[in-house]
Design a binder for this molecule. Structure first.
Ligand SMILES: NC(=O)c1ccc[n+]([C@@H]2O[C@H](COP(=O)([O-])OP(=O)(O)OC[C@H]3O[C@@H](n4cnc5c(N)ncnc54)[C@H](OP(=O)(O)O)[C@@H]3O)[C@@H](O)[C@H]2O)c1
Length: 267
């Protein structure tokens, strides 16, 4: 069976780097994101083509269903699912806009739930496959809704791995730390206070992820320093963990406060 990976979030950052790394390692790709032009450009530039482009918004039911249908299809089957699409919010809950919170939950959690559910059934049926979800080191030490969504990804992936043990389907969670991508600009967060050593390159993250997946690891935390930090911090109580993170990586929201609409009841 031709190794074929469906990568969500392939238009940018970690997803794009994972797609590039997979193509170099001989995989055919199904590239998923909203920005069609970026996906087409990537598909044309990657080695080992031709690659497929599947444009869709994973915060919508129709976008999720289209991607699930491709994962389930037995013609040119997808043998590896990588769920890298993700978003954050421009402020901390409850000061963040509710629409951003709901979109984040749909992309980070609901789409991951539906896509991995479909992949688990299709791959178990075919007795072969792999699933890589993208969590975050935020799952270990941050508080708030983004961190909670990434804790959900991490714990769900570990449960899925246990359920698919000996089924021929390998499962791994990728938990990167701060990585140079469009993520912080998109979520209008100023990461300039983050210590320089904490920044990872998406290409290094992707290479480490695929090495660890090939080695059968359950979780990949790229970077020796991050692995040491996660090990140290995970034994602290939650308040202590967040305090360490605030010291090492203070983040500030750059979002403008939206003025309340004029009170129409006075008209
Ligand atoms: N950067 C970090 O520091 C960091 C650290 C830990 C974990 N992560 C996680 O890594 C993953 C990738 O993020 P990144 O850092 O590479 O950020 P990025 O450069 O902003 O890329 C995000 C990707 O997700 C796609 N995406 C976002 N919303 C989508 C939607 N509604 N439907 C379909 N695709 C959508 C984007 O494509 P389109 O806009 O074209 O749709 C883009 O390809 C995320 O899950 C993030 O939480 C990032």
């Amino acid at each position: 069976m031709t190794p074929r990976a469906l990568v969500t979030g392939a238009s940018s950052g970690i997803g794009k780097a994972l797609a590039t790394e997979l193509a170099k390692r001989g995989w055919k790709l199904v590239l998923v994101a909203r920005d069609e032009q970026k996906l087409v450009n990537l598909a044309e530039g990657l080695v080992n083509g031709p690659h497929e482009v599947l444009c869709g918004d994973l915060s919508t039911d129709s976008g999720m269903f289209d991607v699930c249908a491709r994962i389930d299809a037995d013609l040119e089957p997808v043998t590896l699912l990588v769920t890298a699409a993700g978003s954050g919010t421009s402020g901390a809950f409850p000061w963040s806009p509710m629409t951003e919170e709901e979109t984040m939950l749909r992309v980070n959690v609901l789409a991951t739930l539906r896509l991995t559910h479909t992949a688990a059934h299709a791959m178990k049926r075919r007795r072969v496959g792999g699933i890589i979800t993208v969590a975050s080191t935020a799952a270990y030490w941050s508080a708030g809704t983004y961190a909670a969504s990434k804790s959900w990804v991490l714990l769900t992936t570990l449960g899925l791995r246990a359920q698919l043990d000996k089924s021929g389907v390998r499962v791994m969670a990728l938990s990167p730390g701060f990585t140079k991508t469009e993520f912080h600009a998109r979520s209008q967060t100023d990461p300039s206070g983050v210590k320089a050593w904490m920044w990872l390159d998406a290409e290094d993250v992707a290479r480490q992820a695929m090495d660890d997946f090939d080695a059968g690891k359950a979780v990949c935390v790229p970077g020796r320093r991050y692995r040491a930090l996660v090990e140290t911090v995970r034994h602290l109580p939650p308040g202590g963990r967040s305090a360490v993170l605030r010291r090492l990586a203070p983040l500030r929201s750059q979002a403008k406060v939206t003025p309340l609409p004029p009170d129409s009841s006075q008209d």
